[in-house]
Design a protein. Structure first.
Length: 347
């Protein structure tokens, strides 16, 4: 045993012996006094993190050192008496006023961590998702972006793509504080797969076919504003793909401007924008872009899997306030648009 560890163990045993002597003299009242809540916990509480593999002795000392516990020895004696010395779970906990040693031990053993409500909006990109998670204290943006492109994690999750873009289901999640990039990604992909399992059309597709549908769904997500128009938009894109006509989606150009070039979201597009040389520019390149441009919600996913039947080849926004589009079969009918409006999302 190392000298420092031996000294620490000896000091602990001496202190424990002194505490036991105190308890013998004062009974359970002394232990109850030492197990009372610490006096300096603020009204909003304090976050406290337990690392994986961290022992109860170190946890008790750190709790006391941060002013969250009166007596680490009382905490350890309680844990020993309850047979829970090795039962403390890793995670981040919210220590609230009024929590003494008993309540703290209950939380740490049960794994009752501090939770954050994370609402991922439909159409968010991975970059926007990472920024949201960092802002809420769930995971660092850089770590989330790295996890989303990690080949090992992609293989584990069965994603046939170089990124999780498109596979993070927009929903409201209750996640532990500092949950971490990989665990958060797993939770969002799991939600995506659960929703997809309810769609029989998806079950008949190969992973590659499903990925193509997901790419199209991600485009529909960033184009539609009124839900009932989403299947019509999907039909326009499928009709164009069928005749090898460029998709000409404003949303793909916005994606390459904001996500691939890191520039601000444009209010509208100009000729110089749709002339940008990039594989995601569907004005210049026929077929689908290389990957999804957002994480689509249920409306867009259903539209891509169950498109409307139509002969439309064009749509344009005619009512920006209501989000209504005009659908047409001919270029002549379509050319009335003077500018290209784009759908904007926060982030």
């Amino acid at each position: 045993m190392a000298p420092r560890r031996a000294r620490r163990t000896a000091a602990f045993l001496l202190a424990a012996a002194a505490l036991l002597a105190c308890l013998a003299a004062g009974g359970l009242g002394a232990l109850a006094f030492l197990a009372r809540p610490a006096p300096a916990i603020p009204a909003e509480g304090r976050l406290f993190s337990v690392e994986r593999g961290e022992g109860s002795g170190r946890v008790a000392r750190r709790l006391a050192g941060e002013g969250l516990l009166r007596s680490p020895l009382a905490f350890l004696l309680l844990a020993k008496a309850r047979g829970e010395e090795s039962s403390i779970k890793a995670g981040t906990y919210l220590v609230k006023p009024g929590q003494g040693a008993v309540e703290l031990l209950d939380d740490l053993v049960s794994g009752r961590q501090a939770l954050v409500r994370v609402t991922l909006p439909e159409g968010y990109t991975i970059g926007q998702t990472g920024a949201l998670l960092e802002r809420l204290g769930v995971a660092a943006k850089a770590e989330f972006l790295a996890a989303a492109a990690d080949p090992a994690l992609l293989s584990e999750l069965g994603i046939p793509a170089p990124s999780l873009e498109g596979y993070l289901f927009p929903d409201t999640y209750l996640l532990p504080v500092q949950y971490g990039a990989e665990d958060t990604a797993r939770a969002m992909v799991r939600a995506f797969k659960e929703r997809l399992a309810s769609m029989p059309e998806a079950a008949a597709l190969s992973p590659a076919e499903l990925h193509d549908r997901l790419i199209l769904a991600s485009i529909v997500e960033r184009e539609y504003r009124v839900p009932e128009e989403a299947p019509l938009m999907a039909s326009v894109f499928y009709n164009r793909l069928r005749i090898n006509m460029a998709l000409q989606s404003c949303a793909t150009v916005v994606y390459l401007i904001t996500e691939r070039r890191g520039k601000p979201h444009p209010e509208q597009l100009f000729d110089r924008d749709i002339a940008i040389q990039d594989p995601y520019n569907t004005y210049l390149h026929r077929g689908l872009p290389p990957g999804p441009i957002s994480n689509p919600g249920l409306t867009a996913l259903e539209a891509a899997l169950r498109p409307a039947k139509s002969n439309f080849l064009y749509f344009r926004l005619v009512d920006p306030e209501q989000g209504r589009h005009h659908f047409s079969t001919s270029l002549e009918e379509h050319v009335g648009a003077r500018s290209l409006y784009v759908k904007r999302l926060g982030g």
